[in-house]
Design a protein around this ligand. Structure first.
Ligand code: SOE
Length: 394
């Protein structure tokens, strides 16, 4: 491919990375923000181009494309994948279409970014991980969108664990609390139906905390004991009160304990019924030399307790994660100015573009997504068997 020409006739030395995205709701908007901003903030080896946005409703997808900065709109994802002017397919649809779209995109020679959870079942996720491995031999890369790894404070926590700053891990205490289902009149959207979402709070929120806990710990979970509950079993259909009600077929809350490969133990809670908690992802790691704690509602901060300091003045310290040598921060604002939720999608795009340019498997890979899927399946199996301890194949 020759160098692309700018309108003033000069050459753009960076090869474009032409993105086609499927889906334009909440996650589509967030990913658009990432693709639109990333090349303006970070120095990248390739230039992401918001080429084509895809969705079923012609008018709505055209409007979304205009709003989010996409050049063209398509109504058929198969047509999008068939185009030879698309390098990467970004999947922001509900879980029931992840596998089909990702497998087709990989077969068509595209790089793939897929929203979490990777799929709705272990079988689908395994097929996707296998396909990603085959595609890698042909230079294609595939990544799962566990965006919270890209919160600078989370990336710093990972770095500090790897540096040994908390020593040997003993406990991980992890919760992800939201409250948008408290109202029993909230409609029966796709997230409340198993055939579309795979599971409820478990796949939606639990997938994030399983991934983040394993990522920060640097090791996988090997077994879980779980219980799940559905508090409101029938809800109004989205078409309005006259349409009647339908069954909720997923969990509303998932609680589980787990064991890491090293013998460290963990507790997890995922719910969309924690009144007053909006997006409260909290994780605390206790090691034999120190502890780390992160709260997504204060995402520019990381708490650290250095257990090697004398007891006289030891204590949890608040690290303001806005220094240029903190992860991702060298490209942003001066210290103290702070980042937010949307920046995780910019960082996700940055990391993927670098991985593609280097031909390196990006993290989290589809294999990582499959491993999370195995944990979710073990949680469901354990809950069905009255919390019996359920091992996870690694
Ligand atoms: C809804 O609960 C949701 O949008 C999740 O699906 C996202 O993954 C999470 O980041 C925010 O909450």
């Amino acid at each position: 491919m020759g160098q692309p020409q700018r309108s003033d006739g000069t050459e753009d030395a960076k090869p474009p990375l032409r993105v086609g995205m499927v889906g334009y709701a909440f996650m589509g908007a967030a990913h658009s923000q990432g693709w639109r901003t990333v090349g303006r903030v970070f120095d990248l080896p390739r230039r992401p181009v918001l080429a084509v946005l895809c969705g079923r409703d012609r008018t709505a997808v055209r409007e979304a494309a205009d709003r989010h900065g996409w050049a063209e709109a398509e109504t058929d994802w198969r047509a999008l994948i068939a185009r030879d002017d698309i390098d990467l397919v970004d999947i922001c649809t509900p879980g029931d279409s992840h596998a089909e779209i990702a497998l087709a995109a990989l077969a068509a020679g595209k790089h793939v970014l897929c929203e979490k959870p990777l799929a709705n079942s272990v079988e689908e996720a395994a097929a996707m991980a296998d396909a990603a491995e085959v595609a890698y031999q042909q230079g294609q890369l595939a990544m799962v969108g566990f965006n919270y790894r890209r919160v600078p404070a989370a990336a710093l926590a990972r770095r500090m664990v790897a540096e040994g700053r908390i020593g040997t891990l003993r406990h991980a205490r992890v919760t992800y609390l939201q409250d948008w289902l408290v109202d029993p009149e909230f409609p029966l959207t796709w997230r409340l139906r198993r055939e579309h979402a795979g599971s409820g709070s478990l796949g939606d929120l639990g997938a994030h905390i399983v991934d983040l806990a394993q990522h920060l710990a640097g090791e996988p979970l090997t077994g879980v004991s779980a219980l799940t509950e559905t508090f409101v079993r029938e809800r109004p259909l989205p078409a309005g009160p006259a349409a009647g009600t339908g069954q909720v077929t997923v969990d509303d809350a998932a609680l589980f304990t787990g064991r890491f490969a090293s013998g460290a133990v963990a507790s997890f809670e995922a719910t969309r019924y924690a009144t007053g908690r909006k997006n409260a992802l909290r994780i605390e790691l206790n090691g034999d030399r120190g502890s780390l704690a992160l709260d997504l509602e204060r995402l520019n901060e990381l708490s650290y307790y250095d257990g090697t300091e004398p007891g006289t003045h030891a204590g949890f310290r608040r690290i303001l994660v806005t220094e240029p040598d903190h992860p991702y921060l060298d490209a942003w604002w001066p210290p103290g100015h702070g980042l937010g939720y949307e920046h995780t999608f910019v960082h996700q795009a940055r990391d993927l573009v670098h991985a593609i340019a280097a031909g390196r498997v990006p993290e989290p890979s589809f294999a990582d997504g499959l491993q999370v899927q195995r944990v979710l399946a073990a949680v469901e199996e354990s809950a069905e068997k009255n919390s019996v301890y359920t091992p996870i194949a690694i």
